[in-house]
Write a protein that binds this ligand. Structure first.
Ligand code: HEC
Ligand code: HEC
Length: 393
């Protein structure tokens, strides 16, 4: 074999005409896949306990936890809508003000809620249970449901010991345990390989045949995403989110001309939350997560900053943005393209985003790419309440 032929054999597989990834682009693409192993959560010692997760599974679908028995977590986080509700803003006992995010892959997140006002998955879960606009329960009423349901109670006590609800301290501890069980269940809501992940794997393995299954338009969109459009700056890593907060000036739903405080007002809430990672109910009150709270400063540049949402399953989670400002992905892309209606930055800083002026083809390509981030092949049984027989005495 000639040296030339050998070189040809060793050279990376050509992409089809029109989309050739250079080394930088290829490296950037590979940073988005696969999802790494589930990160541990030391603040929740039952995070990976199967009995806890089974209890959490039951609680997630249980409407009795709400004030009038009409709302469960799953009412808004509906498995049929990728664990969202398809509404611009949520509706529980009353209309809310924020769009319902998906629950796929929440275990990988650092902060919860659009403004990041919870620092663990279990602390997050406690909020809607008592929020008067959402489920409107109370610690006592919720634990009353657990205590009076023989199976729930048996499952609770298997994981946490005797259910005690006498004093405030007992009540708070048992309430935290409810959150920890629900979080153990949520950790199972993980997306598997999307078409994009299969493509990234094929790219990594230089498997041209497997690569060819990925549409050309999606490849062009991907190249744009990690290239000229620089979406990857914030939608980075396997989650397509840097887990951080940015003010991108999404127009408000009403006629407000200033953004809401968002991250700016979340810090104070975080620091006084009794269920924070550094609090008395955390299982790692001096761990890394807890210590990080000490480094949070309430600086004015946080004003208007919103958490970068993950883009996995994004084609299934319309409407978009923290208040459901955009109904479709086309509208989202139009906003990044034109910056039409963008609010001035909440803090007198520079606007980070410039209009990207997408051509119609570029918009179609980005859309094709975003559509390949879908995977909902979650174990079917987790998409509905467990049978009573799954809860054992
Ligand atoms: C009335 C509708 C509604 C109900 C009921 C509800 N949620 Fe939510 N959920 C939302 C909305 C809206 C947000 C975003 C709120 C915000 O950011 O201020 C949210 C945020 C979350 C988040 C944060 C996700 C992220 O990416 O930051 C998690 C996790 C979550 N909910 C889990 C739950 C669990 C568990 C329950 C039941 C205990 C529950 N939700 C009940 C509407 C609801
Ligand atoms: C400066 C950081 C940043 C950059 C760059 C960026 N985004 Fe975003 N993106 C965000 C933030 C923050 C939000 C949420 C904003 C809000 O709700 O107010 C968001 C929201 C979105 C959403 C809505 C997701 C949902 O679930 O509601 C999509 C889709 C999206 N971005 C796609 C893109 C694309 C495509 C690009 C590149 C053209 C891009 N983003 C560039 C930070 C960024």
């Amino acid at each position: 074999m000639s040296v030339f032929a050998l070189l040809l054999l060793l050279s990376p597989q050509e992409s089809p005409p029109g989309v050739v990834f250079d080394a930088t682009t290829r490296a950037r693409i590979l940073q988005h896949s696969p999802l790494p192993a589930l990160p541990p959560d030391p603040t929740n010692r039952v995070a990976d306990d199967n009995d806890a997760s089974r209890l959490g599974w039951a609680l997630f679908y249980d409407k009795r936890l709400s004030k009038d028995g009409s709302i469960a977590c799953a009412t808004c986080h509906d498995p049929a809508h990728a664990f969202t509700d398809g509404r611009a803003v949520s509706r529980g006992l009353a209309d809310g003000q924020r769009n319902t995010p998906t629950l796929y892959n929440t275990a990988w997140q650092r902060w919860y809620f659009w403004d990041g006002r919870a620092d663990s998955l279990w602390a997050q879960a406690l909020d809607p249970l008592e929020d008067p606009l959402e489920m409107g329960g109370s610690r006592a009423s919720i634990l009353g449901v657990v205590a009076s349901d023989e199976l729930l109670r048996a499952n609770y006590e298997r994981v946490f010991g005797t259910l005690q609800t006498k004093g405030t301290e007992d009540l708070d501890r048992a309430f935290a345990n409810v959150g920890k069980s629900i979080a153990a269940f949520e950790r199972k809501l993980v997306s598997r390989e999307s078409a994009f992940d299969r493509f990234a794997r094929a790219l990594r393995e230089n498997d041209a045949a497997a690569q060819s299954a990925y549409p050309l338009a999606a490849r062009r969109g991907l190249a744009l995403f990690v290239g000229r459009a620089d979406c990857r700056l914030c939608h980075s890593g396997p989650l397509f989110s840097d887990g951080e907060f940015h003010d991108i000036g999404v127009p408000s739903r009403g006629d407000a001309t200033r953004p809401e405080p968002m991250r700016r007002s979340a810090i104070a809430l975080l620091l006084k939350n009794p269920f924070r990672a550094a609090g008395a109910f955390s299982d790692a009150p001096t761990g890394r997560r807890a210590l990080e709270l000490g480094t949070l400063a309430e600086t004015s540049d946080l004003y208007g900053q919103v958490k970068t949402p993950s883009l996995r399953n994004v084609a299934r989670t319309a409407p978009y943005m923290h208040a459901g400002q955009f109904e479709t992905l086309e509208q989202v892309l139009r906003f990044y393209s034109t910056r039409e209606g963008a609010l001035a930055p909440g803090h007198h800083g520079e606007t980070i985003l410039k209009p990207l002026n997408f051509t119609p083809e570029e918009t179609a390509d980005l859309l094709a790419f975003l559509n390949t981030l879908t995977d909902e092949s979650l174990t079917e049984t987790l998409k509905r309440a467990p049978p009573r027989s799954a809860l054992t005495r």
